[in-house]
Design a protein around this ligand. Structure first.
Ligand code: 23J
Ligand code: MN
Length: 260
């Protein structure tokens, strides 16, 4: 059996009416990691060490050993990451059905708001406004929050830490509840270091987006880039974490197929 729709995708890509967009940031030793308050264990950034490089340790081959926290750089958050999702079925990197890793994207652009307020939070009213223009967010869609934050290529500006902790945009808890429960998104993706706002450790509950999304079996994508290359609707996101046994998350390559 031939699938017309898949052949149309192949044709669209080769004719240039469709494009593949890389939503992934480079992953290296300079990739910033989340800074939690000092009473909590820190997540190590990436370190890389050559096993061999066409030398005595391996004359014809080059390869490295890497060590990193699961939640480093562009990465996936599985429901088991949070205590609210710890007993859900199929909640870890190796057990999530692959069907859930491919879905349509809804991109909400709040770049202008974030430019004047780094602590900007997406509200239900703002989602209503977006839906009035673009239609209802479909069940199973990725909600991608376009903030422009990925343009902060300097690690210090990306983390944006002050004496009272980091300052970066995120979700009002009421927006997280609306997206998880009323819209049934597959998850949310952000350009920032985590799916909660920088100040979310002080919110009620702390880290509400993690609490709400993972408690509802939803996923997270952090440190995305190139969201400005996606239309508000009409693109498809493929976000497949490594199949880490019992893994809470994983660095991954996030790819979108979008109209060119
Ligand atoms: C642990 C605690 C708080 C947060 C996070 C992890 C993340 O953002 C993450 O990468 O999942 S806010
Ligand atoms: Mn994470």
């Amino acid at each position: 059996m031939t699938s017309t729709v898949l052949m149309q995708v192949v044709e669209g890509l080769s004719r240039g009416t469709l494009k593949v967009v890389d939503l992934t940031a480079p992953l290296g030793p300079a990739t910033p990691v989340i800074g939690l308050p000092p009473m909590f264990a820190p997540s190590p950034g990436l370190t890389m060490e050559a096993i061999s490089r066409y030398d005595a340790k391996g004359p014809a081959w080059y390869w490295n050993t890497i060590r990193l926290g699961e939640h480093t750089g562009t990465h996936f958050d599985a429901p088991i990451h949070w205590i609210t999702g710890k007993d859900l079925p199929d909640n870890a990197c190796d057990t999530i059905p692959v069907r859930r890793l491919v879905g349509p994207a809804c991109v909400i652009d709040v770049t202008a708001d974030v430019a004047s307020n780094p602590d900007f939070l997406l509200t239900p009213a703002r989602i209503d406004e977006w839906e009035a223009a673009h239609g209802r967010i479909a069940a199973g869609a990725w909600l991608l929050l376009r903030t422009g934050w990925s343009k902060r290529t300097d690690a210090k500006a990306f983390v944006n830490a002050a004496a009272d902790g980091p300052h970066s945009p995120g979700f009002d808890p009421r927006a997280s509840r609306m997206l998880a429960h009323d819209r049934d998104v597959v998850g949310v993706g952000v350009e920032t270091i985590g799916t909660d706002a920088g100040q979310a450790g002080t919110f009620d509950p702390p880290f509400p987006n993690h609490t709400i999304m993972h408690g509802a079996g939803k996923f997270g994508l952090a440190s995305l880039c190139n969201l400005d290359q996606l239309p508000p609707t009409g693109s498809i996101v493929i976000a497949a974490p490594l199949k880490i046994v019992g893994g809470s998350g994983s660095p991954l390559r996030v790819i979108a197929i979008a109209p060119a």
